[in-house]
Unconditional design. Structure first.
Length: 267
């Protein structure tokens, strides 16, 4: 039987340093002596307790299997964040969500742009590095660092006042459990030829999709049908709002504020 290479010792030191913890600090968190942690990192202890592995796995949010079988120092920061979010090949198997992306010459992630003409191919090619590399891409200096973003062209009137044809920038969601009720998201769904831009809420074993245009009925999509979720960051359009529309919105806001004052005065 072929000997399996074990990466636990190196991974433990790598993860500790990635969190900027000293051996003393991490040992206190794990409830063990610093000397024991040093022995675990160096591989000098031959009989560690099972609970030590479980505590380390729980603290770093990475499965015991991955701690032993994967050289974590060889992974990209995005891959590490995916493991920490629960997208672990040893936990979720074939359901692991893998995001293809591109970087510039300084290894900074690009902002890939998925225009209308690329929509049909994106469903099949969203995991294909060659397809993603073929998308238009550029740098957007005002985006927060440490996250992954992508731009999608949205069509239709289901999300008015977002205009038809506007470009929405979304932040990639690794852990769908972070979604708050009615979070604006671009959802990439199996079998769809378009992107779904909706207000998304966790509901049982799926996601409730609601349009801002109330003439469209809400519906629920099972988790198994969702390929990617991108939380709304900003949108861009060449359409200029009509002055009458802005005046109507301002009037409505004033009316609501007046009603609130009346209600407060009755208490």
């Amino acid at each position: 039987m072929k000997t399996q290479k074990i990466f636990f010792c190196g991974n433990l030191k790598f993860l500790r340093e990635r969190k900027h913890k000293s051996q003393e600090e991490l040992a206190n968190i794990l409830g063990i002596k610093r000397s024991k942690l040093a022995a675990l990192e160096s591989g000098q202890t031959k009989s560690p307790l099972p609970e030590d592995f479980l505590n380390i796995s729980e603290y770093f949010k990475i499965s015991v299997d991955s701690l032993f079988k994967i050289d974590l120092s060889s992974l990209s920061e995005l891959s590490l964040r995916q493991l920490e979010a629960g997208n672990d090949v040893y936990i979720t198997g074939s359901n692991m969500r893998v995001l293809a992306m591109t970087v510039d010459k300084t290894s900074k992630e690009n902002l890939e742009y998925v225009p209308v003409k690329a929509k049909a191919g994106y469903i099949a090619g969203h995991r294909d590095p060659e397809f993603i590399a073929g998308l238009p891409r550029f740098s957007f200096p005002s985006l927060p660092k440490g996250k992954t973003y992508r731009m999608f062209t949205i069509t239709g009137d289901s999300m008015l006042p977002f205009p038809d044809g506007c470009d929405v920038i979304g932040q990639y969601l690794e852990d769908w459990r972070d979604i708050k009720p009615q979070t604006l998201c671009v959802a990439i769904l199996k079998g769809e030829q378009d992107f779904v831009f909706k207000q998304v809420t966790l509901k049982g074993d799926g996601l409730l999709m609601e349009s801002m245009n109330k003439s469209y009925q809400p519906y629920t999509v099972p988790f198994s049908e969702v390929l990617e979720l991108w939380r709304f960051h900003s949108y861009h359009t060449v359409e200029v709002p009509e002055a009458q529309d802005m005046q109507s919105i301002a009037t409505l806001i004033r009316e609501v504020q007046a009603e609130i004052k009346v209600i407060k005065g009755r208490r």
